[in-house]
Design a protein around this ligand. Structure first.
Ligand SMILES: [Zn+2]
Length: 171
């Protein structure tokens, strides 16, 4: 017997010109998120402003059938400057989906007063007191990269260059 679907999860993204792209309709929240995250990896190829995952209850009329699970805004990444930095203001987290970047901001799991931020490429990790401060820290990092001549594409060799640069300046 097939289990009856009671609700569906719908991920979507909105483009800068206001158009919305539906990414499908799923019976599992997990799959909906996977589809959205996979799509966001390509977000540097287009101009997106926001994304969301919405739940729809089946066979219900009107607005109450819909619940917004999460919305994320797309910003320019403080580190790599590409429009691939996805910010979830409700859950205080942000992550750059641009290739080879993954700069992030997250509420500390133990102390919610602390906001962590980081950049895995050089294992950069910093604790701050606010999102604004965390964004500033990442911008500082981005500025240092630009000063070191690392721009645009973060390729393998650029990655090595950055590592060298940061090792030098940390001594
Ligand atoms: Zn980035």
């Amino acid at each position: 017997m097939v289990e009856e679907v009671q609700r569906v999860f719908v991920p979507s993204v909105t483009e800068e010109d206001g158009g919305t792209i539906g990414l499908g309709c799923f019976s599992s929240e997990k799959v909906a998120w996977e589809v959205l995250r996979t799509f966001l990896k390509r977000s540097e190829e287009m101009l997106l402003t926001s994304s969301s995952v919405v739940v729809w209850d089946i066979d219900r009329i009107g607005q109450e059938a819909m619940t917004v699970l999460a919305t994320m805004d797309c910003k320019d990444c403080p580190v790599c400057s590409r429009r691939t930095f996805w910010v979830d203001l409700e859950h205080f987290s942000a992550l750059c989906h641009g290739s080879a970047c993954s700069a992030w901001i997250e509420e500390n799991t133990i102390d919610p007063e602390i906001i962590d931020c980081g950049w895995p490429t050089i294992r950069f990790l910093k604790q701050t007191k606010s999102i604004e401060e965390a964004v500033k820290e990442l911008y500082k990092l981005g500025d240092r990269l630009k000063a070191a001549g690392v721009t645009e594409q973060v390729s393998g060799s650029a990655e090595q260059m950055m590592k060298d640069h940061f090792q030098q300046s940390e001594d």
